[in-house]
Write a protein that binds this ligand. Structure first.
Ligand code: TZP
Ligand code: MG
Length: 355
């Protein structure tokens, strides 16, 4: 059975070495109570034969709270524990093989460390992507940081759910959100906190405040500030979790207002943020590689970066077309300013004849 679309905001991953003397289930329950809305069992120490007991206990817990449960590394264990899915690394079983094993009903996520890997994951049918490590982290020693630049690229290009991960703490979460992340993941900053529930709650407050501010901005899309391509700069008011109070959170960026080419500036997936504005203003991305797309129900690839370019390439620019991107009808006047992202769903309906 095909899984239903899922989404999340705060991803909590287990890390028992960060809470010696505290019970795994108690710590993860606290994380959920604070607002973690997806949980992963990640355990590189326990032999797989002994992991099933932990996986089953986490399954019971997450079911009680209605939170998706993901097993890292082991698709067989995910099946045995009735988890909702599996999380793979670049060196693990390929997504296609995991899909054959788990079927369409399970969630498959994958860690990616570059935009090329992220695009490949979308093409292979991942349900979500980990983007990182954003910062160096002792939880993944030896793995170089991919940096905030990768977060900006993901924000500009990736349409399926993606989550920033790696070295994210309450001290740097706002930087990651400023770079365009809408979902955050943490191990040590949650489970290593003396109060995992409070840590989760604080992460959720930041994420939710940002989301609310962007929704407000999108609703105000006709306002002069946004029409001018204002940049979302994450004001302290928004970062601190206060309600969005007006234009103050959207400080105009000269580079974006001038319609400069996308060059790794502040980007987010809200309609009113800087990156979207830059792209909607007809700016071009430095990297012209193909991105995967679902066009009229078929998987395809395109180097078009806007809906307008795509329609033009299909020779439909002069026809009577209704265009929809990710479920939203896009007015003709907005076609050339509507970016296409990897994994976007586009429907082009051509009306023939008339009367
Ligand atoms: N994948 C990329 S970074 C990372 C994983 C599992 C570790 C994240 O842990 P922390 O403690 O939140 O930095
Ligand atoms: Mg792995």
């Amino acid at each position: 059975m095909k899984r239903t679309a899922f989404d999340f905001r705060l991803y909590a991953i287990t890390g028992e070495s960060y809470h010696p003397g505290r019970d795994l289930i108690d710590v993860m329950e606290a994380a959920i109570r604070g607002g973690a809305d997806i949980v992963q069992l990640r355990d590189k120490e326990t032999p797989p034969s002994e992991l099933l007991a932990k996986a089953r206990a986490l399954r019971v817990l997450t079911r009680r709270y209605g939170v998706p449960f993901i097993v890292n590394d082991y698709p067989e264990l995910a099946l045995a524990a009735e988890a909702d899915g599996v999380h793979l690394g670049q060196e693990d079983m390929p997504i296609e093989a995991a899909r054959r094993m788990l079927g369409e009903g399970k969630i498959i996520g994958i860690s990616t460390h570059s935009i090329e890997q992220a695009r490949a994951a979308v093409r292979a049918g991942a349900d979500y992507i980990g983007v990182g490590p954003v910062f160096p982290t002792p939880t993944k020693p030896g793995r170089p940081a991919a940096g905030l630049g990768f977060v900006r690229q993901a924000a500009a290009e990736i349409a399926i759910p993606w989550v920033a991960i790696g070295g994210i703490t309450l001290d740097n979460a706002d930087e990651v959100l400023d770079a365009g992340a809408r979902r955050l993941c943490a191990v040590s900053a949650i489970v290593g906190s003396p109060d995992p529930e409070a840590a989760s709650r604080a992460f959720r407050a930041r994420i939710d405040a940002r989301k609310a501010a962007l929704a407000y901005g999108a609703a105000q899309a006709g306002s002069p500030a946004v029409a001018a391509g204002a940049a979302h700069e994450g004001s302290p008011a928004v970062a601190g979790g206060a309600a969005y109070t007006g234009g103050a959170a959207y400080a105009g960026s000269p580079a974006v207002a001038a319609g400069a080419a996308y060059a790794g500036g502040t980007v987010a997936d809200g309609a009113a943020c800087a990156g979207a504005s830059a792209l909607r203003a007809g700016a071009s991305r430095a990297d012209g590689g193909p991105i995967p797309l679902r066009l009229n129900g078929r998987d395809t690839e395109t180097t078009a970066r806007t809906l307008g370019e795509l329609i033009e390439r299909h020779g439909l620019a002069d026809r009577r077309i209704v265009a929809e991107v990710d479920g939203e009808i896009v007015a003709r006047s907005e076609w050339s300013r509507t970016p296409l992202k990897a994994g976007s769903t586009v429907e082009l309906v051509h009306f023939k004849g008339g009367g």
